[in-house]
Design a protein around this ligand. Sequence first.
Ligand SMILES: Nc1ncnc2c1ncn2[C@@H]1O[C@H](COP(=O)(O)OP(=O)(O)OP(=O)(O)O)[C@@H](O)[C@H]1O
Length: 261
Amino acid sequence: MPTTRPPLGQRDTLLKMRHVEKTFGGDIVALKDMNLTVNDGDFISLLGPSGCGKSTALRLISGLMSPTSGQIEWTGGKSKDDLGVVFQEPTLMPWARVADNVWLPFRLRGVSYNEVRDDVLEALKLVGLEKFQRAFPRELSGGMKMRVSIARALVTKPRLILMDEPFAALDEITRHKLNNDLLALREAIGCTVIFVTHSVFESVFLSDRIVVMAARPGRVIRELEVTAPYPRDEMFRTSPEYAAHCREASDALHQAIGEAA
Ligand SMILES: Nc1ncnc2c1ncn2[C@@H]1O[C@H](COP(=O)(O)OP(=O)(O)OP(=O)(O)O)[C@@H](O)[C@H]1O
């Protein structure tokens, strides 16, 4: 099914980071003068070497931390329903069943399970786990646990989903499968995603924009567009176009590593 997203350059602005700087302990400059525009419908990867401030950028956007200077401005303001977050670890409650784990963002707002039962089941269906609603996390594989974590992030239908290396701990086959499923999910619900990764291949497969960052101090050094249309599948993964984008992203990443050395 072709996407109905406007092309890059014609999307409405969701948020802007303006001259954002974050320092820790007075002298660790985790991010310096970061400027980033996130548009409705973008799939953005933050790609860069360890320590370049990718997770810090996500935490600032999520509001878990405040910038030392600069601003993060949401178009029309930000509400508590605007964000879903997925971490590298699924961070599920082991004593709670799958459906109760997915209900958590509502429970924290005082909303009963019965009020949002349909939303919970719909989110589980979107990640292919509707039959596992009564299972406990220990009964699931690593990939399935991550799917539950994704269902929990999207159950409130957020405008923006932040994903911090969600598939880094998974084996390659599971990772490819979840990459495919994530794109299918995005087509189904039309969400905006910011995805942190070290992987050139993953960033090219998933994103329409790749923001390449360098460390010491953490900063954006390049922005690349991956113009290949969605939906993307195994054909794209083996195409010359994919290889060309990977080469471009890899060169930018090497530049980022060289600049930090
Ligand atoms: N709470 C903190 N206190 C002190 N320094 C911090 C803190 N959080 C991050 N840093 C430092 O800020 C810099 C950026 O860290 P950050 O975790 O954002 O990088 P990253 O690109 O996500 O790294 P990785 O890919 O290894 O997860 C690093 O030098 C890190 O040590």
